[in-house]
Design a protein around this ligand. Sequence first.
Ligand SMILES: [Zn+2]
Length: 127
Amino acid sequence: METDGEKIAISANVGDERTQNGVIYVKWFSPPERMSQAIKKLGLFWLIAVVSVVIPVFHFVSIPLFFGLGVFFALRSYKSEGKVLSGLVLCPHCLTEVKIKPTEIQWPLSEICQNCARVVRMEKSVV
Ligand SMILES: [Zn+2]
């Protein structure tokens, strides 16, 4: 588990009153980093859009689709405060360890419990 970055306390729930406390490790983005992440995403999707020109028929759908997705993901990256490097919380329902996969921070975070298949939602703890 990657434990660089800032440790943040989180509170997990499965949609009822039961909660579990956990931790995540977060790397915050600086504004230039956010901008470069956004540009990278835009570039990647637009590259796929351009490459998909060679696919017959499908390109009528794929070009506008990937252009649109590029803008969507770029904006999402730009608005993101940072990313989750790793994290761990117990599932409030079955108390199985739920590992939080690296992801961009979009509150609330959610992860599927591998044991009971419930969606575990995580918010910043207010302690
Ligand atoms: Zn569970």
